[in-house]
Structures are given as structure tokens and as C-alpha cells.
Design a protein around this ligand. Structure first.
Ligand code: ZN
Ligand code: ZN
Length: 218
């Protein structure tokens, strides 16, 4: 249940993202920026095209999240689109956005839209800056801090595949000073960090980390 709610939400927000990417493309096309053009019509037009094109996209692309790996290539996605399954190709031609009903040209238009859509839809959310502390979370010193991905990025694909953690945990960070950060990566491999030491509490259960923290905090 929870999962499907999240998917639905994601598909909705992905559509608005796609619509924005498409609109920004439509509005910069020289053929539609003539002074007689009515921008309200253009809004409706771009929404219409976005809806048509959205339905033609593979569901995998509509449900993109930042956890997807590998990130799909726009070029491969356009090849999956069946021009006959949507009126958008005809519509693009009618409005002069492409010179004819030639599907290659509308693929070029969609390709640019998809390149920006895919890159935005797969961008990870910003590190949890709300958890930003002034003191290092291991040694408690007030020194310049770096953020440590508690579940290292290199393991994200495996973490999701094996269901070790839910996707929303992937961007949890700890704020650590440089020496503590490098200590963390010395005492455990990325795989161990992801699997066993994915919270500061768990890191501090290790005797070597405790020893280090005791030394560093003096
Ligand atoms: Zn520290
Ligand atoms: Zn780190």
C-alpha cells in the first residue's frame, strides 16, 4: 500500500517535471515565438503535447526515481516510443514544430525533452542539511565538517536490489570532521558501512571508532 502510494505520487510529480521540460522546449522553438503567438494557447498546446507524449513513454520512464540504475539513455527511450501509438507526431507537424510527420524529427524534439527530464527525475534529493550539526557527530569538536553518506553511494544499487534499506534512507548523512570521516572509511569497507554501520550510533558501537573518538575529542 505504502509503496503504491509513493509510486503514484512519484508518477504525478514526474509528469509535471516532464511537462515543464517539454514546455521549456516548446517556448524556445523559433517557429512558435512569433509576436502573434498567444502564450495561453501555447500553454494549452504544450500541456496537450506533454500528455500525448507521456502516454507514449514506457512506464519505467514515467516512474523514474533517483534510485534507478543505470540511468536510462534518452536515445534508447525514443526508440521505444511507437509513433503510431500517439497523435503527438501529427500534432507536432501540424503546429510546425517539426517540418513534417516524419517520426525521426519528432524523436529529435522528444529526445531533447527526455534528456532534461531524465536528468532531473533521477537527481538525488539534496543531502539532509536539516541534520546539519555544528559539532562532528563522532568526536564532538567544532571544526569544519564534511558529510558522510551513511550508506555509501557506490553501494546504492545493491542496497536497493537486495532490499537492505528503503530508498528514502539512501541520502542519510552524518556530519563529520575530516579525520573522523577518514577514520570511518578506514575501519569498514563501503559494503560493511552500508550493511552494518549505517547510523552514527552503530559506528560508535565499534571499539576502534570509540578509541579514535576518545583520542580526537581531547
Ligand atoms: Zn570528528
Ligand atoms: Zn564517507
Amino acid at each position: 500500500m505504502e509503496m503504491s502510494d509513493r509510486d503514484t505520487h512519484n508518477a504525478e510529480s514526474n509528469f509535471s517535471l516532464f511537462e515543464d521540460c517539454l514546455a521549456s522546449r516548446v517556448f524556445v522553438l523559433p517557429s512558435v515565438s512569433d509576436p502573434e503567438g498567444d502564450s495561453e494557447d501555447l500553454d494549452e498546446f504544450s500541456l496537450y503535447i506533454a500528455q500525448e507524449a507521456w502516454l507514449a513513454l514506457p512506464s519505467k520512464i514515467r516512474e523514474l526515481t533517483f534510485t534507478i540504475s543505470p540511468i536510462p539513455e534518452a536515445d534508447e527511450v525514443v526508440l521505444d516510443i511507437q509513433p503510431s501509438s500517439t497523435d503527438s507526431t501529427d500534432t507536432l507537424a501540424t503546429y510546425g514544430l517539426i517540418s513534417s510527420g516524419d517520426s525521426d524529427e519528432s524523436h529529435t524534439f522528444l529526445r531533447y525533452v527526455l534528456i532534461s527530464y531524465i536528468s532531473l527525475a533521477t537527481k538525488p534529493p539534496p543531502a539532509w542539511s536539516s541534520t546539519r550539526t555544528n559539532e562532528c557527530e563522532i568526536c564532538s569538536r567544532e571544526v569544519p565538517l564534511t558529510y558522510h553518506h551513511l550508506i555509501p553511494r557506490s553501494t546504492h544499487e545493491r542496497v536497493i536490489k537486495r532490499g537492505w534499506h528503503p530508498p528514502e534512507m539512501l541520502n542519510n548523512v552524518a556530519w563529520l570532521c575530516r579525520p573522523c570521516h577518514s577514520t570511518v572509511h578506514t575501519v569498514a569497507s563501503n559494503e560493511e558501512l552500508a550493511n552494518e554501520y549505517y547510523t552514527v550510533e552503530r559506528l560508535l558501537e565499534r571499539s576502534d571508532t570509540q578509541k579514535w573518538a576518545g583520542y580526537a575529542s581531547k
